[in-house]
Design a protein around this ligand. Structure first.
Ligand SMILES: *Cc1c(COP(=O)(O)O)cnc(C)c1O
Length: 500
């Protein structure tokens, strides 16, 4: 299997190269050059397999330059019960006869990004060996919250790698900050940037783009790489849990193999739902993919009109991991819907860069609407949904999942579709505890309490333990105290790597 760029101006590369490069040097994203198809018999054969076996069968199709043993080893290193607090890794919870919740937050940082970031470091270090790389791989991350911690947990103590995470000093929650600055591991560094997320992000981009600087680092045997969600090595592992959810429902006789179901995905950068699209294209029986947005509803407008317009106010919501106006991974879907035509993709992306918007042609828009349906939920609807699901089903969901739940209600209201549906649950309710406690116990319950006291409140109300990744954070030693001006990030990276 070779990978080609959505912009069409780079050679085809192997899976290992695609994983190592992350982004294509022509600015495009790597996509598989062939379709992988699983037939009915294959699905039947997979019903009684566990998560790891299912992951192996899917990943080996996409990563065909990795040996069987290598893929099995990566899967085993990633999905184990030391890192995950569920032996099913991505369990499906029944809410009622037609609605199921796919819990993607049983990993070490309590958000769905663990599903990919627990395995990416192993795929990447094997890719480095395969491509003859001799240098230590240095992962640079700018984070607005969840990704930084998930990347730190994934790369911690992985041989042949270092990781440096930059976060905006004022731009993350107290829990998110403590999760990062108490991070253990011999190869990790965490640095506060005096500025906002855009400052941190621009600083990292500048470092990647500086050829002289990169050459200097290579003389000391360091090669920079990125772990962000456009890396194919993050997308492929996400395909697995859509298959797994479907197969679990079949194993419990909720559906028969061949029955079509819907997936609802709370969406930001379009990575999670894109994996669902690949699953559908591979032959997983999917009726509709429902793209749930919050008040930053650029994707809802796009799916309804075919016009993507990022020129709008950025809204800070209680589902912050979906507060995104440029959904990078959408480019891959556009490439496929346009029949693998890089010229049209280049034009749309140039329009987006130049004017802040683009419009796809009518056939592309029609295909988009055949596959996807979209709506959004605002903060008030999100809180109300957490409350009503708690009251009716006794189930506590986080704010991002609640956005998905509300949009599912709007979907059934609009279409009358009664097909069985799975909502992807992207974070543990403990991670966004303030909004969750407000929703289920009322505003009074949060008054005067910090996030750590609220963890206790939520634990009592839910009868579940505080997840290990969030527990006792305020008592762990702070290991990372460096902070930097935004213009000095390159210097900081050098100092860390060369141990100055
Ligand atoms: C990252 C994230 C999302 C958005 O996922 P995308 O792949 O960027 O669309 C949704 N919910 C949570 C909790 C996240 O961390």
């Amino acid at each position: 299997m070779l990978y080609e760029s959505t912009r069409g101006n780079y050679r085809r590369v192997s899976a290992a190269e695609a994983v190592k490069l992350g982004i294509s040097p022509d600015g495009g994203l790597f996509v598989p050059s062939e379709n992988v198809v699983f037939d009915r018999k294959m699905l039947l054969d997979m019903v009684n397999l566990d998560y790891r076996e299912r992951a192996y069968l899917i990943l080996k199709e996409y990563l065909d330059d990795y040996s069987e043993e290598e893929i099995r080893e990566c899967v085993k290193l990633a999905y184990n019960t030391e890192s995950f607090d569920s032996p099913y890794f991505a369990p499906v919870h029944r809410l009622n006869d037609s609605l199921y919740i796919l819990e993607l937050w049983h990993g070490p940082t309590c958000a769905f990004k663990d599903m990919a970031l627990q395995i990416l470091p192993h795929l990447l270090t094997k890719a480095a060996v395969k491509t003859g790389e001799k240098s230590t791989i240095v992962i640079l991350v700018a984070t607005s919250g969840d990704t930084g911690k998930a990347a730190l947990e994934g790369f911690k103590d992985v041989p042949g790698t270092r990781i440096i995470v930059f976060y905006p000093e004022q731009g993350v929650s107290e829990v998110q900050k403590l999760q990062m600055i108490t991070q253990e591991g011999g190869n990790v560094a965490v640095v506060a940037v005096r500025g906002n997320f855009d400052d941190a992000q621009s600083g990292v981009k500048k470092i990647f783009a500086d050829e002289g600087y990169n050459l200097d680092l290579q003389k000391s045997n360091y090669r920079l790489s990125s772990a962000n969600s456009i890396n194919w090595g993050r997308l492929a592992p996400q395909i697995v849990y859509y298959f797994s959810a479907y197969l679990d429902l079949a194993a419990k006789n909720v559906i028969s193999i061949g029955d079509k179901i819907n997936f609802v995905v709370p969406t930001g950068n379009f990575g999670n739902i894109l994996a669902a699209y690949y699953a559908k294209e591979m032959g997983l029986p999917v009726n509709r993919l429902i793209c749930a947005a919050n008040s930053n509803n650029v994707l809802t407008d796009f799916i309804r009109t075919g016009i993507y317009n990022r020129s709008r106010n950025f809204v800070k919501t209680i589902s912050p991991s979906m507060d995104i106006l440029i959904s990078s991974n959408l480019e891959r879907l556009l490439y496929h819907l346009a029949g693998r035509d890089p010229a049209r993709v280049r034009q749309w992306m140039a329009d987006l860069n130049g004017t802040g918007s683009y419009q796809v042609d009518a056939p592309t828009r029609d295909k988009l609407q055949e596959i996807l349906w979209s709506d959004y939920a605002d903060d008030r609807e999100t809180i109300e949904t957490i409350r009503s699901v708690y009251q009716i089903n006794g189930y506590i969901m986080d704010t991002h999942t609640a956005v998905g739940m509300k949009v599912y209600e709007k979907y059934t209201g609009a279409t009358g579709d009664t097909a069985k549906t799975v909502v992807a649950s992207t974070a543990s309710p403990f991670k966004f505890n303030e909004s969750v406690v407000k929703a289920i116990l009322g505003d009074e319950a949060t008054r005067g309490k910090d996030e750590f006291e609220l963890l206790q409140v939520l634990s009592k109300a839910s009868g579940s333990d505080i997840p290990p990744g969030l527990k006792d954070l305020d008592r762990k030693p702070v290991l990372h105290k460096t902070s930097t001006a935004r213009d000095n990030m390159a210097e900081v990276v050098k100092n860390i790597l060369l141990d100055i």
